[in-house]
Design a protein around this ligand. Structure first.
Ligand code: KG4
Ligand code: ZN
Length: 321
């Protein structure tokens, strides 16, 4: 049996995990920096690097609590994309451990990591090809995954990623960071049909654009301000209605685009990953649609939706040769 150590420090999670060849997770330690960044409603790169530097030792040590590092076959670390200073901390730790214990190291792609969060959740039992939709804080990517190591990128974020739109809408509603979970929670109390926000389908392209939708929410809130209602004093029901209507617009845009992709690409298998894939409303809508359209839809385990190192460790099996 081979064991892989993964190290993830691309954004605001300091994480280390050990995964075996059969996609069993031996340990999966995550230190989230959310509390540190929340006053700024977004990740502050310099603070992120400093926190990684402070916490990585403790996180890696914890991952090896009941495991001998000498059994590790390969150390993978997130090489790109991400915050430069933050990535550097993970790389230095991986290289140092590799040097001391004579273990090879491999820099890997974080977005492949998100795709592997699904493969890992299903213990490698997903057939190819499949359409991958990554919806995270920094990326919205549509690709066709042909094998464990080959994917054809079809479309990308033109401006705000989906998660970024959730975070910015939360900010303009004076909620908290990260925006996704709080908007999802409030949306449960609101009416998704109450405000008709635009749906940026862009069906003539595989790209995505969510900044217009975010701006539509801003204009809506500003129109309330000019009618003398301050966002911080907005009625709870109104905030919940805005959250539910915004979430509905996002989900409808994504589901429409995916259905379109499955038809155009003649592929009925879809994997959805990245932080926003933790959203229960989105999962439910996709699963209902899957039933109606005869699709296979796969999501990662909830705890593997947001950034983690298990998905990074899992890349070792096929990407290292
Ligand atoms: O994948 P991730 O952890 O980090 C990046 O690679 O960017 O994604 C973080 C993003 C944040 O923007 C956060 O607001 C969003 O995922 N998110 C959610 C939910 N949980 C996290 N968005 C919607 N609903 C959620 N439940
Ligand atoms: Zn991510």
């Amino acid at each position: 049996m081979r064991y892989y150590l993964g190290i993830e420090t691309s954004c605001d999670e300091t994480a280390a995990a050990i995964v075996d060849d059969n996609y069993n997770i031996i340990s999966n330690i995550i230190f989230s920096q959310q509390k540190i960044h929340s006053p700024y409603f977004g990740v502050v790169p310099e603070l992120a690097s400093r926190m990684h530097y402070e916490k990585i030792h403790f996180v890696v040590k914890k991952a090896f609590k009941n495991f001998d590092i000498k059994k590790i076959h390969l150390i993978t670390y997130t090489e790109k994309p991400g915050l430069k200073g933050a990535l550097l901390i993970g790389k230095i730790v991986a290289k140092t451990l590799g040097y001391i214990f004579s273990i090879p190291t491999l820099g890997v792609d974080h977005l492949w990591g998100h795709i592997y969060s699904v493969i890992l959740s299903y213990k490698g039992k997903i057939k190819f090809p499949f359409i991958s939709l990554i919806i995270s804080g920094g990326h919205t990517e549509l690709s066709l995954v042909k094998s464990f190591t080959k994917r054809k990128i079809l479309g990308n974020t033109r401006d705000d990623a989906v998660g970024e739109a959730f975070d910015k809408v939360a900010k303009l509603l004076s909620l908290s960071y990260p925006g996704g979970p709080v908007i999802e929670k409030l949306a449960k109390l609101g009416n998704p049909k109450s405000i008709n926000f635009p749906r940026p389908y862009m069906l003539d392209s595989w790209d995505f654009s969510f900044s217009g939708l975010k701006t539509a929410v801003l204009y809506y809130v500003n129109s309330l301000k000019s009618s003398k209602i301050q966002p911080s004093t907005l009625d709870r029901q109104l905030i919940s209605d805005i959250c539910a209507s915004f979430q509905e617009a996002v989900v409808e845009t994504l589901t429409t685009k995916i259905i379109h992709a499955t038809k155009k690409l003649n592929c009925n298998r879809v994997c959805i990953s990245g932080g926003v894939s933790a959203n229960e409303y989105l999962r439910e809508k996709f699963l209902n649609l899957a039933k109606k359209n005869n699709l296979e839809v796969y999501f990662p385990q909830k705890n593997l939706s947001t950034d983690n190192a298990a998905m990074i460790a899992a890349l070792g099996k096929y990407f290292y040769n």
